[in-house]
Design a protein around this ligand. Structure first.
Ligand SMILES: Cc1c2[nH]c(c1CCC(=O)O)Cc1[nH]c(c(CCC(=O)O)c1C)Cc1[nH]c(c(CCC(=O)O)c1C)Cc1[nH]c(c(C)c1CCC(=O)O)C2
Length: 358
């Protein structure tokens, strides 16, 4: 028993992603890609067709575990990211969700008043997300057996980004209605954000308990906010989530990704206590981030997903510039946003070879 435990501790220590998140300048850096499972892979499209709709895919542990593992098998990534979606949490709180073909996500009816807020069942959310937690358990067991160096990342949307979708009812725009409401009725918007922060922390804690070894908080639309609003709706809720997760699972590293934050990334990295890494989006200059963010915090990012579509010498030059800027500090190679459907899988293989060569 004791030696088993020792062996599994040693294995965890040896996982390159976890070493980088612990503050070690692992080189060549560990690598995974946001949306590494998705429509650009024929094996994903096959499982997606079998599942029918997208919510069914996210809530069928066998299928979700299979698509989680596909990019790890094909490319030898250093991490698997749980296959699910940030909108599964509002769905689990009782807001109906569908992914309409060619339309993106639809949350209908939208949440815009006190009655809609009162109707959300935050207490039942983790229980309704049980299939997702079962996916985490299965993926973790498969990785332990088949790919012991690969770490499993769990995730959730950050309160502001999830609130944007819940209020607007759909994506595709600039979430003007949600952002206006945040000014017009900050008490109401603040209640929604607080409720989401609590549910998000509970959900992340449950993922850690099911076997997630690192957690990521996606705030995709953080960059729409001016500094005062960014502090209130991005930094404070992220700090609340991080505090709650750290109280229960101080050993599980948290990655924050306030997309398009620009110079506010420095304040986010400094004020969200307990973060182990911050994500750089496509627009971020990695040389700026390297001096703006504490040297023991890992940076993650940030190749342009479209450079990955183009491949070849253009992609190589971009990737090498990022590697040069990050050398000598804790770093996780990734894209600046998710893999897009038109990406040739061979270009991902080319990128993996390049990063592995350091
Ligand atoms: C904003 C956001 C969403 N979802 C997510 C974000 C934050 C990151 C970002 O900014 O991209 C996060 C997400 N979505 C998905 C994952 C799974 C893990 C992974 O990264 O591989 C993760 C981590 C799968 C998915 N989520 C979605 C797909 C495509 C669904 C399909 O197969 O048809 C996948 C693989 C759908 C989705 N989900 C969302 C949108 C707007 C869409 C429609 C756009 C699209 O279709 O690409 C909401």
């Amino acid at each position: 028993m004791e030696s088993d435990r020792e062996a599994s501790r040693a294995a965890a220590r040896a996982k390159p992603l976890l070493r980088a998140l612990a503050g070690e300048a692992v080189w060549p850096p560990p690598l995974w890609l946001m949306r590494q499972a998705g429509r650009y892979l024929p094996e994903y499209r096959a499982v997606r067709a079998q599942a029918g709709d997208f919510v069914a895919l996210c809530t069928t542990p066998d299928l979700a575990a299979e698509v989680t593992l596909q990019p790890v098998r094909r490319f030898g990534m250093d991490a698997a990211i749980l296959f699910s979606d940030i909108l599964i949490l509002p769905w689990a709180m009782g807001q109906p969700l569908r992914f309409a073909e060619g339309e993106g996500p639809v949350l209908d009816p939208p949440v815009r008043d006190a009655a809609a807020l009162a109707a959300l069942d935050t207490r039942a959310a983790v229980a309704r997300a049980a299939p997702v937690l079962e996916t985490v358990r299965r993926v973790r067991a498969r990785l332990e057996a088949e790919a012991p160096g690969v770490a499993l990342i769990g995730f959730a949307g950050a309160p502001f980004t999830v609130a944007c979708y819940m209020v607007e009812g759909r994506g595709g725009g600039d979430f003007a209605r949600a952002r206006e409401l945040a000014y017009r009725d900050p008490a109401w918007f603040g209640r929604l954000i607080r409720l989401l922060a609590e549910a998000t922390a509970d959900y992340l804690i449950a993922q850690a308990e099911a076997g997630a070894e690192a957690l990521m908080l996606f705030d995709s639309w953080a960059g729409l906010l001016p500094p005062s609003q960014f502090r209130r709706w991005v930094i404070e809720p992220a700090a609340a989530v991080a505090r709650a997760v750290r109280r229960r699972h101080p050993e599980v590293p948290l990655i924050g990704f306030p997309r398009l934050a620009g110079p506010m990334l420095a304040e986010y990295a400094q004020r969200v206590a307990g973060l182990r890494a911050v994500g750089m989006d496509t627009a971020m200059d990695p040389r700026w981030a390297a001096q703006a963010v504490a040297a023991d915090l890992a940076l993650q990012g940030n190749l342009d997903p479209l450079a990955l579509v183009a491949g070849g010498a253009a992609m190589e030059a971009e990737a090498r510039a990022i590697l040069a800027a990050m050398r000598g500090r804790p770093f996780v190679f990734n894209l600046g946003h998710g893999v897009v459907p038109q990406t040739p899988p061979e270009h991902v293989a080319q990128l993996v070879r390049l990063v592995r060569a350091g």
